[in-house]
Design a protein around this ligand. Structure first.
Ligand code: CO8
Length: 259
């Protein structure tokens, strides 16, 4: 199987759960081919429909999160073939889910692998992580966000360096550049990512979805439009039981119990 899916209970109190998806093409360093990406999209879309699943963690192996799109599958494609199917357009669907996805990156996170990580809502990594857009070495360029999302996140100088030279950045550089939220030890990466997922799972589902939507919109929208969207989502949350519970719990000095 190209991916492994493990749904776990988020806590002992209710039915909420979190899902761990592991990319599983170890012999090709998790190179992303059509079959793997199809399985990944299918699995995430199913999990997204399950109201109990509150967060997804996506990881690879200790050697590679993913070493890019599968070069052997692409190498003979013609321009017409790429255009006819709008190659890689469908893979962007992963960024359209309601459920937050945390990418937990160890080892190589290159090309389409780095782009896949950036399609997730948050990236955490281990000290072994190496991020890069080495497509330039193959006579092409990044095709799913490596020139766009990366530039918005780490700025033009570093993005241009990575896209023109194909050089990798390590975990520390990725952290100081703002590409990743946290750096963990190699041994504890997945465990720590699952802790983050459980933490998110304990919040109100609707406020988590709203926060995800609003933060992601910041990459697309001009400031005033983004602020307006944020305000409207904020207002809408006053229609939820979770807002009443969250604020009452604070004032009663007890932990909130969200539905
Ligand atoms: N595609 C296909 N096979 C791959 C890929 C890949 N991207 N990366 C590694 N492999 C295979 C190797 O061919 C090798 O197979 P085999 O054992 O059969 O020879 C196996 O994985 C192990 O790899 P190496 O022997 O090369 O392992 P090393 O530890 O020596 O090197 C590297 C690791 C540095 C990661 C090296 O494998 C490498 O440079 N890989 C290619 C990285 C790359 O160029 N990635 C960009 C690909 S293009 C792309 O991603 C376009 C993005 C389009 C959008 C995608 C949307 C999400």
């Amino acid at each position: 199987s190209n991916i492994l899916v493990d749904v776990q209970k988020a806590n002992d109190k209710d039915n909420t759960s979190i899902a761990l998806i592991t990319l599983n093409r170890p012999k090709a360093l998790n190179a992303l081919n059509d079959a793997l990406f199809g399985d990944l999209l299918h699995a995430t879309q199913l999990l997204d429909k399950d109201k109990d699943v509150r967060c997804i963690v996506l990881t690879g192996s200790t050697k590679a999160f993913a070493a890019g799109a599968d070069i052997s599958e692409m190498k003979d494609k013609t321009y017409e073939e790429c255009m006819a199917v709008d190659m890689f357009a469908e893979w962007q669907q992963i960024s359209k889910l309601k459920t937050p996805i945390v990418a937990a990156v160890a080892g190589f996170c290159l090309g389409g692998g780095c782009e896949l990580a950036m399609m997730c809502d948050m990236i955490v990594c281990s000290k072994s992580a190496k991020f890069g857009q080495p497509e330039i070495n193959l006579g092409v360029i990044a095709g799913a966000g490596g020139t766009q999302r990366l530039t918005k996140r780490i700025g033009k100088a570093k993005s241009m360096y990575m896209n023109l030279t194909g050089e990798f950045i390590n975990a520390e550089e990725a952290f100081v550049s703002g590409l990743v939220a946290k750096v963990f030890d190699n041994e504890t990466l997945v465990e720590e990512a699952l802790k983050i997922a459980k933490n998110i799972a304990a919040k109100g589902a609707l406020s988590v979805q709203a926060a995800k939507e609003a933060v992601n919109a910041a990459e697309d929208l001009p400031l005033q439009e983004g602020l307006r969207l944020e305000r409207r989502l904020f207002h809408a949350l006053f229609a939820t039981d979770d807002q009443k519970e969250g604020m009452a719990a604070f004032l009663e000095k007890r932990p909130a119990s969200f539905k």
